[in-house]
Design a protein around this ligand. Structure first.
Ligand SMILES: NC(=O)C1=CN([C@@H]2O[C@H](COP(=O)(O)OP(=O)(O)OC[C@H]3O[C@@H](n4cnc5c(N)ncnc54)[C@H](OP(=O)(O)O)[C@@H]3O)[C@@H](O)[C@H]2O)C=CC1
Ligand SMILES: CC(=O)[C@@H](O)[C@H](O)COP(=O)(O)O
Ligand SMILES: [Mn+2]
Length: 383
């Protein structure tokens, strides 16, 4: 029998790699909803190819274009945040949550509320909503499968083990494209998005360069795996062959290895708890030759320190960190601020002494997110 899937963020890097796997096993899948922000051409093309029930653009200005692009196909066209959440709430066997940023939070929560399986790539949603999201998962009997390569690696290494037997988990970090660059103030967007190992969207690529990606992943891991923060470590591993490690109390450390290709963790989620074929070549260890490991440099790249502090503070701090980072990354990509100002801006917002209280509902998380965006924008564009 076919399994049904909705892909939120279908036109992005994770979304397209998910569709690639669906295409290779087309007879096994029924596509329900596909969504994008504004990329109508790619969304309509995919919706027609996969005979989706509905295609949604978040940006309402593109509804007319989407209707035109889908004319005669019988595929429903819709636009706006409410439509995105309505599409995400349609019951499916699995939802791929691959929107970038906190913009994906509402749709992810809508998918959780239908109680199915959510393959979560959208780490910003979990970082911002934290306990609000994990409580909703428990309440609605949903299953959250980690797509992020490190968390997927840890999830795989935990299969058959007991979390109570885990001494620590270690997230590997490539260190990004700027690890060896001396003057971080002069870095261009082109340099920052040129990730050495992974082909990803612009926002996460900048996050890898600042190490905010690893900071967000630290908070993500804290919510996905019930371990104290001091049991979650980060090690720089420039080859990105080992995707993360779990150390058990008997001294055994399990690691998951694989090519730097997101289709591996995506396939692991799509087939879970079984396995499926992917077009990956076997790992060629002699060709890889060497694997190296370094401690993170938190003086040059303060993001992991800031994330750890925000996670320790709890409350609104992780959502504030995420929102300020989203504003800073967008400003950097727009060439409005220097690369080295990203972390400074995030720290400035986090250090404001009148931050909102801990959010307890989705609406409160969204208010904290908006408030932090305003604070960050005010620092960038003082009136
Ligand atoms: N790329 C990767 O390898 C990995 C990504 N992740 C995480 O997965 C998520 C997606 O990353 P990635 O695929 O690289 O991102 P991309 O930028 O490539 O794609 C983002 C997707 O989200 C859509 N989108 C953007 N803004 C909005 C919005 N405001 N409302 C609704 N939809 C929106 C885009 O639509 P449109 O095309 O119309 O703009 C696109 O479909 C991120 O959270 C990232 O951190 C995690 C691990 C690895
Ligand atoms: C593929 C993936 O999961 C990314 O999050 C990747 O890990 C980014 O690489 P960094 O280790 O450089 O942040
Ligand atoms: Mn990752």
């Amino acid at each position: 029998m076919k399994r049904s899937i909705s892909i939120l963020g279908a036109t992005g890097s994770v979304g397209e790699q998910t569709l690639d796997l669906v295409r290779r096993n087309a007879e096994s899948w029924k596509v329900t909803a596909l969504t994008a922000n504004s990329n109508v051409a790619e969304l309509a093309r995919a919706a027609r190819e996969f005979r989706a029930d509905i295609a949604v653009v978040a940006d309402e200005r593109y509804l007319g274009d989407l209707r035109d692009a889908l004319a005669g196909s019988g595929i429903e066209a819709a636009a706006g945040r409410a439509a995105l959440c309505e599409a995400a709430s349609r019951p499916v066997d699995i939802t791929m949550a691959a929107i970038v940023g906190c913009a994906g939070l509402g749709p992810v929560m809508a998918a959780i509320e239908q109680g199915g399986t959510i393959a979560l790539a959208n780490k910003e949603a979990l970082v911002s909503a934290g306990e609000v999201m994990t409580a909703a998962v428990a309440k609605h009997g949903a299953t959250l499968l980690p797509v992020d390569s490190e968390h997927n690696a840890i999830f795989q290494c935990l299969q058959g083990g007991e979390i109570g037997d885990v001494r620590s988990i270690t997230l590997t970090a490539s260190g990004g494209p700027l690890r060896m660059i001396e003057d971080l103030s002069a870095v261009t967007p082109e340099q920052a998005i040129a990730h050495p190992n992974w082909d990803m969207g612009a926002k996460i690529s900048v996050d890898s360069a600042t190490m905010f990606n690893k900071g967000l992943e630290l908070i993500e891991a804290h919510h996905l795996f019930p371990l104290k923060l001091d049991r979650i470590r980060i090690v720089v591993h420039p080859q990105s062959v080992i995707h993360s490690l779990v150390e058990y109390r008997d001294g055994s450390t399990l690691a998951q290895l694989g090519p730097s290709d997101m289709r591996v963790p995506i396939a692991s989620c799509l087939a879970w708890p079984a396995r499926m074929d992917t077009p990956m070549e076997p790992l060629d260890l002699p060709a890889i030759g060497e694997m190296t490991f370094f401690a993170p440099d938190e003086v040059r790249f303060p993001a992991t320190r800031l994330a750890r502090e925000a996670a320790e503070a709890g409350g609104a701090a992780p959502a504030v960190l995420n929102a300020a980072n989203e504003i800073a990354v967008a400003a950097f990509l727009d060439r409005k601020i220097a690369f080295s100002r990203i972390a400074v801006l995030v720290e400035n917002v986090l250090n404001q002494n009148d931050l909102p209280d801990a959010p307890r509902t989705l609406e409160e998380v969204l208010r904290v997110d908006e408030d932090a965006r305003r604070r960050a924008t005010r620092i960038l564009e003082p009136v």
